[in-house]
Design a binder for this molecule. Structure first.
Ligand code: MN
Length: 228
């Protein structure tokens, strides 16, 4: 037995509605998955293949906890998203089998340092520091698909201090859950514990310290955080 040079970090978990915990492996995110959001970001919503970026698993913030305003930005944006929780791994998963790999769903926030992301885009540099910073992924409880099924429509919305900021329908997603899972599984071998943030609808905007963010996905759950 070889001794660890320091204690291994604790397993990152997300509560499952009920009383269990979902152990997280990796956090993937889909870019540009609602046409109206693609347009508000100055892009062309034609159906090009979905693309992905990542956040570290320890960027997750349990629903209900505060998130500290991050360093190095003056333009912290909310992106309200449906999160797909993978329960069964696999590579080259066909769309027709993709839902069998999904354990459940959650409401999540892909918090973004928009100024750093914008600078990176302009210079052709990676998005990591715009997207993958500490506390950048508040997430609510995971609802098992065995209980709620696989949502294909339903309201997704975000309120900041009670005022509606983002409101859309899951049916507006450019790429469906089976298409996202199948496509990502052709790029990496998916594993149990992987989370996939599936993209945000229109209405992204800045938040400041003291703002309370309350998101909901109909039939799935809620996410809440306060920026401190
Ligand atoms: Mn996003």
């Amino acid at each position: 037995m070889t001794e660890l040079v320091f204690p291994a970090p604790a397993t990152i978990t997300v509560p499952v509605a009920g009383d269990k915990l979902f152990p997280v492996r990796r956090v993937f995110c889909v870019g540009r998955n609602y046409a109206a959001h693609v347009r508000e970001m100055g892009g062309d919503p034609s159906r090009e293949a979905p693309f992905f970026f990542s956040k570290p698993a320890d960027a997750l913030v349990d629903g209900g906890e505060d998130m500290p305003y991050p360093p190095a930005t003056s333009d912290l944006h909310h992106e309200m998203e449906l999160v797909i929780a993978i329960g069964v791994g696999g590579a080259n998963i066909p769309e027709s089998a993709a839902l069998g790999h999904v354990f459940g769903y959650a409401a999540g926030l892909d918090m973004t340092r928009r100024d750093l992301q914008g600078q990176a885009k302009k210079e052709g540099k990676p998005w990591d520091m715009g997207k993958g910073f500490d506390h950048s992924a508040p997430i609510g409880e995971i609802a098992p698909a065995a209980r709620i099924g696989h949502p294909t429509r339903g309201r997704i919305e975000l309120r900041v201090n009670g005022a509606l900021r983002q409101g859309a329908d899951l049916a507006n997603m450019i790429w469906s859950v089976p298409e996202i899972v199948a496509c990502l599984s052709r790029l990496v071998r998916l594993a149990p514990g992987d989370l996939i943030f599936s993209g945000t609808p229109e209405g992204v905007a800045a938040v400041v310290r003291g703002d309370v963010l309350e998101g909901a996905v109909e039939g799935v759950g809620t996410v809440r955080t306060r920026v401190v």
